[in-house]
Write a protein that binds this ligand. Structure first.
Ligand SMILES: NC(=O)c1ccc[n+]([C@@H]2O[C@H](COP(=O)([O-])OP(=O)(O)OC[C@H]3O[C@@H](n4cnc5c(N)ncnc54)[C@H](OP(=O)(O)O)[C@@H]3O)[C@@H](O)[C@H]2O)c1
Length: 277
């Protein structure tokens, strides 16, 4: 599989998303974060994943605007927070995110969570915004098959992306969802791809990493890429940010991919959307 740091996936909007991005959940807004993000861009990252609820949109926007790289070369995702869901409030929240970021457009705006009763109205607001030009692609996050079926039935645009918790420790548990997304042309984006660090010392994984002369984190990221997922590992440490990008000079053999596919423990390290009706 030929993959490199510039590899992208075509979304159903016609725009491309870089396969590997930097997640900035729990990266505290401010000068340190701004420098970290600008250093990440220098290292080769071209994709950043934030959200209103992370409280760092302003910092992300400053880094994007001041890094010296043309705006159109950087892909920025942000998300609609739960307290803003509903039609009118989603429109206002999008405009507020755009203002916080200080950008002319957002590459990808996601409904952060399939909030009961209002998620379809929120989605319809995103469809309206999508027609407006300040938003290149729209998608969802934490949507399970039932939630996606409901959207498809009640609206007209298929989400470009579904961002969900995905790593080898829950892959079997999420396989039906992955296949469903692929069947409707929705790209799967893996969040918490490093299990928030919870399985980086798993001996099976450590041994695989030794075999390839890589770190456990690099094996998990490379696994995601070879599964055709978009992947957004987070680090607030520049050495680890750079380490996480060094995944394009090796590939995991298919027998090892099969083994890693079965590390499953139904592990959920974040919130569990399967509980939302
Ligand atoms: N849509 C959603 O509901 C949702 C939910 C969760 C996450 N996300 C997105 O997905 C991104 C990633 O998920 P996540 O932040 O939850 O978890 P993650 O990327 O799986 O793990 C992050 C943790 O791993 C550590 N780490 C990073 N690189 C490492 C390396 N090379 N070696 C050892 N440890 C390493 C980080 O510590 P240091 O920072 O100290 O390096 C941090 O503690 C988030 O930042 C966010 O953008 C979305």
């Amino acid at each position: 599989m030929k993959l490199n740091a510039d590899s992208k996936i075509l979304l159903n909007s016609g725009f491309e998303i870089p396969r590997l991005g930097l997640g900035v959940f729990q990266v505290v807004a401010g000068q340190y974060a701004k420098n970290l993000i600008m250093d990440a861009f220098k290292s080769g990252y071209r994709h950043i994943d934030t959200a209103k609820v992370y409280g760092n949109e302003r910092t992300v926007g400053e880094a994007v605007r001041q890094c010296g790289i043309p705006r159109e070369e950087i892909f920025v995702t942000t998300k609609l927070w739960n307290s803003d869901q509903g039609f009118d409030t989603s429109i206002s929240a999008f405009n507020e995110s755009l203002k916080q970021l200080g950008l002319d457009y957002i590459d990808l705006f996601l409904v952060h969570w399939p909030l009961e009763d209002v998620r379809v109205d929120s989605w319809k607001a995103l469809e309206t915004l999508y027609e407006g030009g300040s938003l290149r692609s729209i998608g969802v996050s934490n949507f399970m098959i039932d939630h996606l079926e409901e959207l498809i039935e009640q609206s007209s645009i298929i989400p470009a992306v579904n961002q969900v918790e995905l790593h080898p420790y829950n892959y079997q548990h999420r396989k039906d969802l992955v296949e469903f997304c692929q069947s409707i042309g929705t790209q799967v984006e893996a969040y918490a791809p490093l299990t928030r660090g919870q399985r980086l010392n798993d001996q099976k994984l450590v041994k695989k990493a030794e075999k390839y002369g890589k770190t456990p984190a690099q094996i998990l990221i490379r696994w995601s890429l070879q599964k055709d997922f978009i992947v957004i590992p987070k680090s607030a440490n520049i050495d680890r940010v750079e380490e996480n990008l060094k995944v394009f000079d090796f590939s995991i053999e298919s027998t090892d991919m099969d083994e890693i596919d079965h590390y499953n423990e139904d592990l959920i390290v974040c919130w569990n959307p399967a509980e939302v009706v």
